[in-house]
Design a protein around this ligand. Structure first.
Ligand SMILES: *Cc1c(COP(=O)(O)O)cnc(C)c1O
Length: 354
């Protein structure tokens, strides 16, 4: 059964806004979109025109980068937008539910709540390195489950959930729920993307983003990779022009071959730094645990997370306090920075721990 049978029934015949750029016509003089005929004084580069709903050049470039067919990509304002649209497309308010492990990225819960969907979580334990019991996760699903969301590597734990087990989960959810794999940090993990599963398991969808490894968080570009029918569905309900022209230009510049080669070298630096920082933290007296991480961050349990947070802040360094999340008592999430930033952090934490 196609997963499209599982979308909100009231959206089945939903007709998208017919924007001017969707007409398919090309012409020398465009009088179809109520745009200004003149470029603004400060910018002669065509910002007076609406952008393409899905810029072909960027789509083709990303498809090549991710090794998938362009028809499987939908580009949006960060992966946050794709999460939101999938929840909106599939979940009937007050009836359907979404299943995910916890702790994980907070936007899944927010998106589900905004849509009025129930958000069910499977608690993972730090003592078990946040190992995921697939059967326990599946046991939380029922006839009204529309999405199962796995973040891999998981934010904020750094845990990787990948390989054939994802195929197994997808097979068990076939025809009833989408298995959404958020790979915002996959480039730091050294493993293959779950994109390769989509051929065999059309109920798998993958999120990638330019916000992390490609250093474009400010451009707000995220990518949904899914079966063409899911991509078409999302494109149908999305805002008409999700991608600002300037962001598309920045992305194309950041994705040419030279830039990608530079990005790869920076990943190497970051991975070496991740290992160095983890080792140094493990030697500190008030560090209780540093979990293995496949992302560009470390989850660290301190004897007193509040004190460690304050020490870092006193040295002008902001960390992410995740200690209020269930299971993450006294934990901070620490982004791996540039070598000098990491030196400053280690000095600040070591200084007063003694
Ligand atoms: C940072 C992050 C993203 C990226 O979101 P964008 O909207 O693309 O910037 C997605 N998922 C997770 C888990 C993240 O940590």
């Amino acid at each position: 059964m196609s997963l499209l049978a599982r979308i909100r029934p009231d959206l089945a015949a939903f007709a998208p806004y017919a924007s001017a750029r969707r007409s398919g016509f090309e012409a020398r003089i465009r009088l179809d979109a109520n745009e200004s005929p003149w470029s603004g004084d400060a910018d002669a580069s065509g910002l007076n025109r609406y952008p393409s709903p899905q810029p072909e050049e960027l789509r083709a470039r990303l498809a090549a980068l991710y090794g998938v067919d362009p028809s499987r990509l939908w580009l949006g304002r960060g992966s946050d937008e794709a999460i939101d649209l999938l929840l909106r497309a599939f979940c009937r308010a007050g009836r359907d539910n979404v299943v995910a492990p916890a702790p994980t990225f907070g936007m899944y819960r927010i998106g589900a709540q905004l849509q009025g969907a129930e958000y069910r979580t499977l608690a993972l334990r730090g003592e078990d390195d946040f190992a995921l019991d697939d059967e326990a996760l599946l046991a939380l699903t029922d006839a009204d489950t529309k999405l199962v969301i796995l973040c891999s590597p998981n934010n904020p734990t750094g845990t990787l959930y990948h390989g054939e087990r994802l195929a197994g989960l997808a097979a068990r959810l076939a025809g009833r729920a989408l298995l959404l794999v958020d790979e915002a940090y996959i480039e730091f993990a050294g493993v293959a993307s779950a994109c390769a599963l989509i051929d065999r398991h059309p109920n798998v969808a993958v999120l990638r983003t330019l916000s992390k490894v490609h250093a474009l968080a400010g451009a707000r570009i995220g990518v949904l990779i899914a079966a063409a029918e899911i991509v078409d569905l999302v494109a149908r309900i999305a805002a008409p022009y999700p991608l600002p022209t300037l962001s598309v230009r920045a992305a194309l510049a950041a994705l040419d071959d030279d830039a990608v080669a530079r990005t790869d070298r920076r990943v190497d630096v970051l991975l070496a730094e991740r290992a160095r920082v983890a080792q140094a933290l493990e030697r500190m007296a008030d560090v209780r645990r540093v979990w293995p991480s496949s992302g560009n961050f470390l989850l660290v349990r301190f004897a007193d997370a509040g004190a460690a947070f304050a020490r870092a802040l006193g040295a002008g360094i902001l960390l992410r306090d995740v200690s209020r999340q269930p299971g993450l008592e006294h934990c901070l999430r620490i982004t791996v920075g540039a070598p000098d930033e990491n030196d400053a952090l280690l000095a600040a934490l070591a200084g007063s721990a003694a």
